[in-house]
Every structure is written in C-alpha cells, then in structure tokens.
Design a protein around this ligand. Structure first.
Ligand code: NAP
Length: 669
C-alpha cells in the first residue's frame, strides 16, 4: 500500500469507481475503516447490533445502513483528500477493542489486542521482526552460520529473518524449487482451506489474491514472489536432500549431511540448525496386500502423476481426508467412474466463500482503501482462530459422549448433519454412511468441496466396507466383492507422527531423535527445542499443528520469532551452545498432555494422524493461538543451559536458575 495521503487521493480520484467498489466490498472492514478515519463511535454503535458473526459476508446489516456506511466512508475519504489530512493515529486499545467487537459481533477480550495489532500491522513496521540489542557491526557474525532444512513456508520465513539480521545462512532444499508441500501437491483441485488473506505472511501481505481460498498455483506464485522479493534464491541449495545431522561436542557445531542431485553425499558445519521439513511431506502408503501387484497406474495424491489421463478411466480412490475432498470432486466429471474407498468418514463444513473469487469491489478496496486490508485480516483471523476452542473440551456430564462433547459441539454436529442432508437431497442411506460416529473436530475439519454433491453423481460409488487386497486390475473387498479399476489413487495422507523422519539426527551423549522419540512420540519444548540437541530448533515441530482453527503461517511466524531471539542471545552473549533444560521441557509436556487429554482429538472414537497408538496427541497443539503466541513471544534465556565454549559444562544463565520453570511460568488456558 502506498503512503496514506497518496492512497486516499487515489481512492477518491474516480468517485464512480469508488462507489462501485464500495457497493460490493465487505461491510465490516469498511465500517472499521470509517470509524478509524472519523473516530465516530456513535455510528459504530448504531451498526454494531446488526453484525452477528466474524464472516463479513454472513452479516445481516440492513441495506439502508450499509448505504450509510458507504456514503459516510466516501465523505470521510474525500474530506481527508481535500484537506490533505495525515493518517489518523492508531486508535487506543479500548477503542480498538470496541471496534473489533463490533466488527465480529462478539466480545474480543482485551488479552487479544496486542496479538491482533501485531497481526494487522497498521504501520510500516514489521511487527514480528527481531532486532539486535547490540550494534551488529561489532558482533562476530561472520564466524557464525545457520543451516535451515526446507524451503517451504517455514524455512523461507526463517531465511527472511536470518537475512534481516545479517546472520550467514544456507537453506538445503530437496526439491528443485521453493514451496515445500505446495510444490509437491499438484493434484487437481489442490487449494488452501484457510482464507488466504490470513494464510499468508503478516510481513508480506498480498492484496491480489483472486480467490478467498486460493488454488495451489496461486499460492506457489505467492511463495515465489516472497522468495524473489527477499532475495532468498542465492541462499538456497536446491536438489540437496538432508539425510542427517550430528552434533559435534568438541566443535560445538552441527555436521549436516545431504545428498545432492547426483546422489553424492556432502557435508557442512553450522553453529545452529533449523529444521523446517514440515509434517506433511512423507506420503503414507497403506499396507494393503497386493498393492504392488496392481498393473495400472497407482500414485499418491502428493505424487500426482499428471502424465496419466484419467478421462474415461475407472478410477479407485482410497481415503477421504482433506486431499481426497479436493481431488475427488475435481476429477469426477472427467472419469468414466470413480469409486471412493472410505475407511472412516470425516466431518466437512460449508463455507460460502470457499468457491468464490474475490469480488472486484473487495479487490479494489484491498488495494486502494487505507486499512481495509488490515481490517479484513482481523476479520478472518477472528473467524478462523480461537472461536471454537472452548467447545472442543469434553463436558464430563454430557449425555452422548460418543458422538459429541458438549452442547455447543452437539449443536455444531446437528448443523453439519442438516447441511449434508441437504447436499445429499435427503438421501438418508448415504447420509448414514458419511456422517462420522465421533464428535465434530475429532479429525481435521474439512471444507466441503462439493464432496456430497459428488457422491450423488451417477458415475460415483462410495464403498465403506473394508478392503481385503488388491490384484493386478481390481480392489477386492473383505466380503469378496471385486471392483475392477484402471487407476488407483492413494489419498492416504502422510507420516506426520514420525516427525523428522527419515533424517538421522544425533545430539549430545549418544542421543538420537529416533531413540528419544521412537516412531511416533515426538516431544519438544514449545515444539521448538529438544533437550540433548543443543542449537537445534524446529519449525512445525511436535504439537504445533493447528486443528481448531488458525493459520499455520501464524504459528510459523511465532516459532521463527522465538528462534531468531534465541540466535540473538547466542550471538550477542557469545554462547557456543544453548540447550533447553530437561525440567522445563518435561513440565511443558506434562502440561500439554494434561491439556490435550480433555480435548476432542483425544476422543476414544477417533483415529487420526494427530495422535499415536497410545492416544497421545503428538502433532496437534492443544493451546489457543493466544496461548502459543504468548509462550513464544519472548525467548526466556533461563529456560536454557548455555556454554561459552564447546565442551564446557553448560549452565543456566542468571541467578534464578532453579526457579524458572515454576508452575506459574507456563500459561494455562
Ligand atoms: P489424511 O487426512 O490423513 O487422510 C487420509 C485418508 O486415507 C483417511 O481417510 C484415512 O482413513 C485413509 N486411509 C489411510 N490409510 C488407509 C488404509 N490403509 N486403508 C484405507 N484408508 C486409509 O490425509 P490427507 O487427506 O492427505 O490430509 C493430510 C493433511 O494435509 C490434512 O489433515 C491437512 O492438514 C493437510 N491438507 C490440507 C489441505 C488444505 O489446506 N486444503 C489439503 C490437503 C491436505 P482414516 O480416516 O480411517 O484413517
């Protein structure tokens, strides 16, 4: 966005265009801009009772009142332009809170205001950037090196912060380009299901998304734009698949190994290692007998074979999770027949914006009306963040604990069932097959991509009985039914719990990640740091996946800020090693496990990639976004043991060493 005065004079230059845009732009962000420009809280109160939810398009503001908002906003912009007024000061916290509450028709608690201001970024300041405390020219930066593994959203975010701090770094990326999961998943219909005006970096706002929930190519375009804008390509070694990392105690450094494009093993050393390998990039191939005997094309959604023409083919798709939900309806019109093999049904909700393009009016307003974009971001943050969190805890006195958790969760269940019944034209037999027997949100809540309508098509079959085995040309069910197929698509997800696999990570004193975590029990402090692995930091590590709402990019920014602060501490204080304290780590995980146990993901009727066989939630965060933001906002040096020289016995800096991880130092929500 240009500076405020230029933006205002541009916005009013063509009044007809301004009127046209406001006629279809979202009313809530428009109202917020108006109040910000005029300070007219009386008018805010007049409109507020008509706003009943965070999704601006769902609001029932009467048309005459909408007209008044538009009319007043045009007048306010014209007044600012005519009088060359400076930008209005940021409203004080109490006013912001009133505005926010009015914008979403709910109370926005005071504790959220600092987080929201950071996320909305009214000024030019990059609110989550980390800055040196000391003069960087006097710091030994040239002798310090960081290696980042992965150039997806996480690794690129880390790279940007490292570059801003002038910390030397290199990114190892196994693929030939940036993008991570968005590069690897090229299946038809692949798209994000968190609204893009929120699912994007807070420091690299894109006001030109063409859709509210963009498709994969547009997201890849955004990732490439970020990469170019921040000059990251020269720092990335493409075609370098990290295979392992071992901590060299004597040197106080990590020795990182990778395989290059020719299969050669290479090695480099670094002071600190950041893993940004993601959780969803090692496909899970089901152990179904005879899978290898199938003679037709067979591929995983994340390894889509674009060379296979599905037109006129009998396609079998195994799995009904988020990938299937998008791929299925996208290929259904082309194939001769699609047979979907569902092991367990998933919950899927409707979102009216899911298939919509951003209206021309919204696009215009996003680009030209000051603060509109900031307020839309707020609106979307609120709509898709902590709102459902409280309703995901089991009520011990609830009468139907198998199918729902509490009254709110049950209401949601009924709402979705009604919606699905409508989509299935009242087909009760089909409804019974697709409605889960566990509470909503138990597995990842999906966005309905016309899945249910797809099931009503003449060329679709839904199989809910178990598969026995696969032959050269068919899928055979346990009851002996044979379903011939020309192509098999595995929409069977990823090995998420087996975190960091297949990397061989070796820490201090003989510790290995697989030895410490096994195949399915990862733990970390804040999901970022692990005892016995000095100077290792994880992005999207244990218990940092989001399942109640939010954008994983928000979580990533929280983690990267924390890591950047840790690195600042290392460099400024001259620490050779920094390792999270075992007691701090253990207490955190104790709290986390306690918190997670009462929540929907741990429901005994749910199996999912969020948890391991012992019902421990290993992947997903039980915290509200607010809690995690607060926990990661400030790096606390006393929670780590540090050493000034390699090999030296590490100790806790400062005096309060033994007291820090007291029961009150970790938030409880
Ligand atoms: P997923 O959610 O783990 O779903 C895998 C599906 O395969 C499930 O239906 C599962 O059944 C089934 N399955 C697995 N093994 C099977 C077997 N041996 N026999 C029969 N069925 C089997 O995987 P996904 O759909 O790829 O999604 C993974 C995650 O990626 C999502 O949760 C989401 O976080 C992310 N994602 C996001 C988007 C988006 O933003 N729109 C899109 C795609 C993926 P059960 O349920 O019975 O285990």
């Amino acid at each position: 966005m240009q500076d405020f005065r230029t933006a205002v004079s541009e916005a009013v230059r063509d009044e007809a265009a301004l009127r046209g845009a406001l006629a279809e732009a979202d009313i809530a962000p428009m109202l917020m801009v108006l109040v910000q420009l005029t300070g007219d809280l009386d008018f805010l109160e007049k409109v507020a009772p008509h706003i009943h939810g965070a999704w601006s398009f769902l609001q029932s503001v009467p048309e005459p009142l909408k007209q008044e908002v538009r009319h007043r906003l045009i007048a306010a912009l014209q007044d600012h332009a005519a009088n060359d007024r400076p930008p209005p000061p940021q409203p004080p916290a109490d006013v912001l809170q009133r505005m926010m509450g009015a914008g979403v028709g709910q109370t926005v608690p005071e504790e959220y205001i600092p987080l929201l201001l950071e996320e909305m970024r009214f000024g030019e300041e990059d609110t989550r950037a980390v800055r040196w405390h000391r003069d960087p020219a006097k710091l030994p930066l040239q002798g310090f090196k960081v290696i980042v593994i992965g150039a997806g959203f996480g690794g690129l975010c880390a790279a940007i912060r490292l570059k801003q701090l002038s910390i030397p770094f290199e990114v190892l990326e196994k693929n030939a380009d940036v993008g991570g999961t968005w590069l690897e998943n090229g299946y038809p219909g692949c798209a994000v299901d968190t609204p893009n005006h929120f699912y994007s970096y807070s420091f690299h706002v894109n006001n030109r998304w063409t859709r509210h929930f963009s498709r994969r190519d547009e997201i890849l375009g955004y990732i490439n734009d970020v990469t170019e804008t921040h000059g990251l390509r020269p720092h990335i070694r493409f075609g370098a698949e990290a295979t392992g990392a071992a901590f060299d105690e004597k040197a106080g450094k990590w020795r990182v190994t990778w395989r290059d494009r020719e299969g050669r093993t290479e090695e480099a050393q670094c002071n600190a290692l950041i893993s940004a390998v993601g959780q969803l990039n090692r496909p899970s191939v089901p152990r179904i007998r005879g899978l290898d005997d199938f003679e037709g094309p067979l591929f995983h959604t994340a390894r889509w074979d674009g060379g296979v023409d599905l037109k006129g083919k009998r396609v079998a798709m195994i799995g009904t999770g988020a990938s299937a939900m998008q791929a299925g309806p996208s290929i259904a019109p082309d194939v001769a027949h699609l047979r979907v093999f569902q092991r367990t049904p998933h919950w899927a909700m409707n979102n009216p914006n899911y298939h919509r393009a951003v209206s021309a009016g919204n696009a215009w307003a996003l680009e030209r009306i000051p603060y509109f974009s900031n307020w839309l971001r707020f609106q979307l943050f609120w709509a898709s963040s902590d709102g459902f969190h409280a309703s995901l805890h089991a009520d011990p006195s609830w009468s139907s604990p198998d199918i729902s958790l509490n009254e709110a969760n049950h209401k949601m269940r009924e709402l979705i069932v009604d919606y699905v019944r409508g989509e299935l034209d009242g087909d009760e037999r089909l409804l019974a097959k697709v409605i889960p027997g566990y509470p909503p949100y138990g597995k990842r809540m999906l966005r309905d991509n016309h899945w249910y309508r797809m099931l009503k098509r003449g060329n679709i079959a839904l199989e809910t009985d178990p598969i026995s085995h696969i032959t050269a040309d068919s899928i055979v069910m346990k009851d002996g039914t044979v379903h011939p197929a020309d192509v098999i698509i595995l929409a069977t997800g990823f090995q998420a719990s087996r975190m960091l696999w297949p990397l061989d990570i070796r820490g201090r004193d003989g510790h290995t990640i697989r030895g410490d975590w096994g195949d399915d029990d990862p733990r970390g402090y804040l999901g970022i740091a692990v005892p016995h692995y000095p100077n290792l930091f994880l992005i999207y590590g244990p218990n940092t996946n989001l399942a109640h709402g939010g954008s994983i990019i928000f979580h990533t920014e929280c983690q990267v800020r924390y890591i950047a602060q840790a690195l600042r501490e290392m460099v400024e204080r001259g620490y050779a090693t920094m390792e999270v304290r075992q007691d701090v780590h253990d207490l955190y995980n104790h709290r986390l496990d306690e918190k997670a146990q009462g929540m929907v993901w741990a429901h005994p009727g749910v199996t999912s990639w969020y948890k391991n066989d012992r019902n421990r939630i290993t992947v997903t965060s039980p915290w509200r976004l607010l809690d995690y933001w607060a926990m990661t906002r400030h790096f606390v040096p006393d929670e780590f043991r540090v050493a000034n020289r390699p090999g030296q016995a590490p100790k806790v800096p400062g005096q309060r060493a033994e007291a820090v991880a007291s029961a009150d130092s970790l938030p409880v929500s």
